[in-house]
Design a binder for this molecule. Structure first.
Ligand code: ATP
Ligand code: MG
Length: 511
């Protein structure tokens, strides 16, 4: 009896086809600011894709506000041709983008259209795979903990805020202090990391000037990184609806690679602008504004987006999607609404500080406020060994430096610690577009924490350490750098070799 009831219900559900709705036709009754009010399609679903027939062709829209007899839709693309009375057809499906390997190396808009003037993307591909832009995140059972490092090539990050594949790590800071540069360097460094497979990288530009995006693409190309990168671009001049859509379609593209068992990395540059776009759309649709006039569900929106990054279990193919969302703060205020939201839904944050940046300490990573909650379990053993000590010495240095700011006489051991701290700060400095491979970082940090740079004046430490790396490259490419790269461990054998190499080097450097 019970079973038959369930069977009947199941049959009912299976038999339920939205035959009526596909024949539904509505009309635009009001249009402006990229928003259309549509009547006659009150049966559509939330987020359903609509096709608006204008006098110049078809434009896509998304059903956003479902009211009793009206539907508020956002228009994807140029809304200037949409007029009152235009016919609207629901499509019966949520918006999706075509995904596949052919996207690699290309620049696309959030709808998947090529933006690089290089012609169609899927020309030779017969298999058509579409992914919905909104997809459910992998469940807890489908996930595994983060265990493989994602080396950024940024010394301050790989040592102190290590990132693992499948992690979500926020890059946060004021404007113009190197947020984008960190992300671009991370993408470029992926080809240096020969210890791990190169992840497919996806850079999502939201609301940035076209010229800036073009420059980023050129930089990636020049560095040879476009070979494994996809750029999803919603420039400043594009409508807010596309800014809003960009991270979702880019994530769908990333999910495709993750579900193929590959590793992917996605950079959202930036989610502050994404939140602004959503606020604008929501206000135009007359949704009730909440804190800082953002719609109440902005938190849910971002958490749903970032939940889609994961390290999948073996049963699900073992792929991963690592997310580096970027958030811009105003005057360092991390306690504003959007920053606190995103801080709480990521696995840590890299906090960039203007004061450091202007002092010339670049990248301006604030080591005290930056954290990585899961990445250390993915850190390579050799790095873990040197980085622990590095972190500790820097923390002691910060404490002492604050205390002894006004003291004129310092005891020997305090002075030594302060000097060591100053050396470490220099070692961590790094110009942009200069990612340092992990094995070279290990060598540098080992030398620094074992006092090999202590006798060098702090303004010369950077040059000296660069010369040391070049020396290691030419003299110990296999036995030290190669061995570190291969084993990932700092064996006593390698340690002994390093010590004697450092001594040889300082003998030549000082002679
Ligand atoms: P915006 O707020 O405009 O997005 P941003 O925080 O993303 O800025 P970037 O565009 O990455 O910052 O960098 C700002 C400026 O700082 C650029 O001129 C860049 O060349 C410079 N810069 C970034 N990183 C470094 C670095 N490590 N060393 C020297 N200069 C750097
Ligand atoms: Mg930027």
């Amino acid at each position: 009896m019970h079973d038959s009831l369930i069977d009947n219900l199941k049959k009912e559900i299976e038999g339920f086809k939205r035959t009526l709705k596909t024949e539904m036709i509505g009309h635009v009754i009001e249009v402006g600011d990229g928003i259309a009010k549509i009547s006659g399609i009150s049966g559509v679903g939330a987020q359903e894709m609509l096709l608006i027939t204008t006098h110049t062709g078809e434009v896509a829209g998304i059903a956003f506000n479902l009211e009793e007899d009206l539907v508020g839709a956002i228009i994807l693309g140029d809304s200037s041709n949409v007029r009152e009375g235009d016919v609207v057809k629901p499509t019966g499906r949520v918006l999706s983008v075509r995904v596949g390997e052919s996207l690699v190396g290309r620049v696309v808009d959030p709808l998947g259209n090529p933006q690089d003037g290089r012609g169609p993307i899927f020309e030779d591909v017969t298999e058509e795979i579409f992914y919905s832009v909104e997809r459910a995140a992998p469940s807890v059972i489908e996930r595994e903990s983060v265990r493989t490092p994602l080396h950024t090539g940024i010394k301050a990050i790989d040592s102190m805020v290590p990132i693992g594949r499948g992690q979500r790590e926020l890059i946060i800071g004021d404007r113009q202090i190197g947020k984008t540069s960190l992300a671009i360097d991370t993408i470029i460094n992926q080809k240096n990391d020969t210890r791990h497979v190169t992840p497919i990288c996806i850079y999502v530009a939201i609301g940035q000037k076209e010229s800036k995006i073009a420059k980023i693409v050129a930089t990636l190309k020049e560095a040879g990184a476009m070979a494994y990168t996809i750029v999803v671009s919603a420039p400043a001049s594009s409508p807010a609806s596309l800014w809003f859509l960009a991270p979702y379609s880019a994530t769908a593209i990333g999910e495709y690679f993750m579900e193929q068992g590959q590793d992917a990395l996605i950079v959202y540059d930036d989610l502050s602008k994404h939140a602004w776009a959503y606020r604008e759309l929501s206000l135009l649709l007359r949704r009730p504004p909440g804190r800082e006039a953002y719609p109440g569900d902005i938190f849910y929106l971002h958490s749903r987006l970032l939940e889609r990054s994961a390290r999948l279990s073996k049963e699900r193919g073992g792929g991963s999607l690592t997310a580096l969302p970027i958030i811009e703060t105003q005057l360092g205020d991390v306690s504003a609404y959007i920053p606190t939201n995103v801080i709480s839904i990521t696995d840590g944050q890299i906090y960039l500080e203007p004061e450091l940046f202007y002092q010339g300490i670049r990248p301006a990573v604030n080591a005290g406020l930056s954290v990585s909650r899961v990445g250390s379990s993915a850190q390579t053993k050799a790095m873990k060994k040197v980085a622990g000590r590095l972190r500790l010495e820097l923390a002691q240095f910060r404490e002492l430096a604050a205390f002894t700011q006004f003291a004129s006489e310092l005891d020997e051991s305090t002075r030594k610690r302060i000097d060591r701290g100053k050396v470490l700060i220099q070692v961590l400095k790094q110009p942009e577009l200069n990612p340092v491979p992990f094995e070279q970082q290990v060598v540098l940090f080992y030398a620094a924490i074992h006092g090999y740079f202590d006798s060098i004046p702090s303004e010369e430490v950077q040059t000296y350490s660069n010369t040391l790396l070049r020396y290691m490259e030419s003299m110990h490419k296999e036995d030290i750098l190669g061995a570190l790269l291969k084993s990932g461990e700092l064996s006593t054998d390698i340690e002994e070799k390093m010590k004697s190499a450092f001594n040889d080097f300082s003998a030549t450097a000082h002679s």
